[in-house]
Design a protein around this ligand. Structure first.
Ligand SMILES: Cc1cc2nc3c(=O)[nH]c(=O)nc-3n(C[C@H](O)[C@H](O)[C@H](O)COP(=O)(O)OP(=O)(O)OC[C@H]3O[C@@H](n4cnc5c(N)ncnc54)[C@H](O)[C@@H]3O)c2cc1C
Length: 453
């Protein structure tokens, strides 16, 4: 029986463990905090739970346009914290049940390598357990990057993990970093009524996204009073008696009540004793892997954020599944390699933003011929009925074959609607496959069919 040891019980580790066990491996999963990982405890789940509450506040404000009078709502931070904890615990319990049902042995503690085929675990009970393995998966994730000029105090100078929720709703929050995490926190706190300033190191928020999509979000931010400091890199951070001052490299200073750092993450590879097994990392500390997620050591895999690929929970869990198949020798049968270029992703602002596959701007940069069709939600009956006709659907296809290559959606429920384009991109479906589907009316999805037409 294949002995498979996994360090890290986030989406990558849990998925690899359950799938490998189902395929017949003897699996031990080592986790030091909570099953479900940082995704469950610190990242995806709590951030989206906060945003869900924030969205209700803004929907309340919009209810006037729907023929209702509202007197406003007041957030209760204690109750919000309890709600997030209860969701996190519920998901952790469901992961425990899933792993139990597949016969996975879960060891609570901190794991590290002691050799190419051995792992040591310092358990929560203070014991040392040595494990032998035929295959090992390292899936220990990442943690927020803190620059050396910032002293995080959890009070006024925060990392994301301290904001679910913070002790008080910030009066004026300065968010440093305008990638996906940064803009989601801008949205979250503007909904809670904070004044928000965003330090944008380039000339566009979401520098890696389609410029038209980023522009739609910027317009929305500006219309709700968010202040953008473009082309500015924060270089220092000072705490004053009643707030914080951020200084930028162009000399501008921003005074606020709180600051939140959202400037990326660093991999949790430093405490794994990788040298004991000869596992190499790149300069950033990530473990480079091949298309099977194998590191430079043939039976040692790395997945999730630690692998330096797309830092998404969905990618991590799919990698975990593929690794389980490879470790069990099933990779040659029915095994489709993971294509990171086809990963759908979403940004949970309002309106939501989601995309998948080839972006229009990237196609132009490559000189690739594409057909782009775009439909605004303002022409969609359901969007008008629900009182939120912001945004658009854009479909990118091959003009010669009609095969769908990618798409972007800005608008309500974009994170759900993108699934249709993601399926089309993964399965090489054509635009006709989308617009000849008999969809529900009235539905936001009709905009997808219109854009594909
Ligand atoms: C604010 C924020 C919001 C995000 N929102 C989304 C989102 O909406 N959707 C999305 O797809 N992605 C989102 N992400 C990214 C997502 O959280 C990560 O890509 C995902 O968690 C990576 O999964 P993983 O399995 O690599 O590791 P993790 O989820 O980080 O889990 C790693 C686990 O390993 C454990 N561990 C670490 N070291 C050891 C050790 N030595 N021994 C034992 N256990 C150890 C940790 O305790 C942890 O439980 C978000 C990220 C951030 C920062």
């Amino acid at each position: 029986m294949v002995r498979f040891v996994i360090i890290g019980g986030g989406p990558a580790g849990v998925q690899a463990a359950t799938h490998a066990a189902r395929l017949g491996a003897h699996v031990t999963l080592v986790e030091k905090d909570i099953l479900g990982g940082a995704a469950n405890l610190w990242d995806c789940v709590p951030s989206k739970a906060m945003i869900a509450t924030g969205d209700l506040i803004t929907q309340q404000a919009r209810s006037r346009g729907m023929g209702l009078r509202s007197e406003g709502v007041v957030p209760d931070l204690g109750e919000i914290r309890e709600r997030i904890e209860s969701i996190t615990n519920r998901l952790a319990r469901s992961n425990t049940g899933l792993l139990d049902s597949q016969g996975v042995r879960v060891l609570r503690g901190v794991g590290h390598l002691t050799g190419p085929n051995s792992v040591r675990v310092e358990t929560d009970e203070g014991e040392t357990v040595d494990l032998e393995a035929d295959s090992i998966l390292l899936a220990t994730g990442s943690r927020p990057r803190i620059p050396d000029w910032a002293e995080v105090d959890g009070d006024r100078i925060l990392i994301t993990r301290q904001a679910y929720p913070p002790k008080v709703v910030p009066e004026h929050l300065i968010v440093i970093g305008s990638g996906v995490t940064g803009v989601e926190f801008v949205h979250m706190f503007r909904c809670f009524g904070s004044k928000v300033s965003l330090v944008v190191s380039r000339q566009q928020v979401l520098p890696l996204k389609d410029p038209e999509v980023a522009a739609a979000l910027e317009t929305d931010f500006l219309s709700s009073g968010v202040k953008l400091y473009k082309g500015a890199k924060a270089v220092s951070l000072e705490r004053t008696d009643d707030g914080v001052v951020v200084t930028c490299d162009d000399g501008r200073t921003i005074n606020g009540s709180h600051v939140l750092l959202a400037i990326g993450s660093i991999p949790n590879s430093d405490f794994l004793n990788l040298s004991a097994a000869g596992v190499r990392t790149d300069k950033g500390g990530y473990i480079p892997v091949n298309h099977h997620c194998v590191s430079n050591v043939q039976h040692i895999y790395a997945a999730g954020d630690l692998s330096g690929k797309l830092p998404l929970a969905s990618v991590a869990s799919t990698q975990g599944r593929k690794i389980a198949e490879h470790a069990m020798g099933l990779d040659s049968l029915e095994h489709r390699h993971l294509d990171y270029d086809k990963a759908a992703s979403a940004i949970f602002t309002e309106p939501e933003i989601a995309d998948v596959g080839l972006a229009e701007a990237d196609a132009f940069a490559m000189g690739r011929k594409i057909r782009v069709t775009k439909v605004p939600f303002a022409a969609n009956p359901r969007a008008l009925i629900s009182g939120d006709p912001r945004g658009f659907v854009k479909v990118v296809s091959d003009p010669a074959t009609g095969v769908v290559l990618g798409g972007s959606i800005v608008g309500r429920n974009a994170s759900e609607l993108i699934s249709v384009i993601a399926l089309a991109v993964t399965a090489n479906l054509k635009v006709t496959d989308i617009y000849e589907s008999l969809l529900v009316h009235p539905a936001l999805a009709e905009a997808l069919a219109d854009a594909a037409d």
